[in-house]
Design a protein around this ligand. Structure first.
Ligand code: 0L1
Ligand code: MG
Length: 248
């Protein structure tokens, strides 16, 4: 395993942040490190997460292109269960829309229309981030290597997407009963399915495909917010329902 992968895996296991400092990797080399991190932490994968797919997130993290990561087995929080803050270093949460695919998707020509045709359900979701770099201070390759800050996730009931315009669904994101942000689905690369299509095209660059039955979190609708023990967050997405997550 490369030294950086080893340090990132150990940061996850010991819940200790690494000092920030640009790794100097190219994005391609950073995905190689990510593969090593995921093999060590998984290797099974429960879901895929896309990140930095909204302008809000790109501005928040000072980067200008999306990325992807893998939510390994054991990272799913089942509905009604809490997020245990002490298991993580510096958790943040954000509202997302997740897809369940019904057919394999692959190749450099995949579009949002192809993704929608291969989608059996969509769900409200909460992505729980945990950067292994102190203070979420990183470059794009650094955070790619850190598996897109993947930590935990929770999804709502699967909804048939037929007749749901994911561009215009509204989201209300609240913390401790106070609304903190609102957004429409179009905040995610113009259409959440466009983000999934971006991911499939990115996978094709590494000669990979997205298998049928995959769960993909399409990226945040709003900026992420920090949480700590005692907090509770609520994500309400038009047509997709409401998800709550308590932090203990
Ligand atoms: O889910 C995400 O948008 C992850 C992107 C990585 C940056 C971050 O940790 O916020
Ligand atoms: Mg996210």
């Amino acid at each position: 395993m490369s030294e950086l992968a080893d340090r990132l895996v150990s940061a996850v296991r010991t819940r200790t942040a690494l000092d920030p400092g640009a790794t100097g990797l190219t994005p391609e080399a950073a995905y190689d490190v990510q593969d090593e991190v995921v093999s060590a932490l998984g290797p099974g994968v429960a879901a895929i997460k896309l990140g930095l797919t909204s302008k809000a997130k790109q501005v928040q993290m000072s980067v200008d292109e999306p990325l992807y990561g893998w939510l390994v087995d054991g990272t799913e929080i089942h509905r009604g269960d809490p997020l245990v803050a002490g298991e993580l270093i510096q958790p943040r949460v954000e509202p997302e829309i997740a897809f369940i695919t019904s057919a394999e998707l692959g190749g450099p020509g995949v579009s949002a229309a192809h993704v929608l045709a291969a989608t059996s359900a969509v769900m409200a979701a909460i992505d729980v981030l945990d950067s292994r770099y102190a203070g979420y201070s990183f470059t794009l390759p650094d955070v790619i290597a850190d598996n897109a800050s993947a930590a935990r996730f929770v999804v709502g009931d699967p909804i048939d997407p037929t007749g749901v315009d994911l561009r215009t669904v509204g989201c209300v994101f609240s913390k401790n009963g106070e609304m903190v942000a609102t957004a429409a689905g179009a905040a995610i690369l113009g259409h959440p399915a466009a983000a999934v299509a971006w991911f499939v095209r990115k996978l094709a660059e590494r000669d990979r495909v997205l298998p049928a039955g995959s769960v993909v979190l399409a990226g945040a609708l709003t900026a992420a917010i920090p949480v700590e023990t005692g907090d509770s967050v609520t994500v309400e997405i038009d047509r997709l329902g409401t998800l709550e997550l308590a932090v203990r």
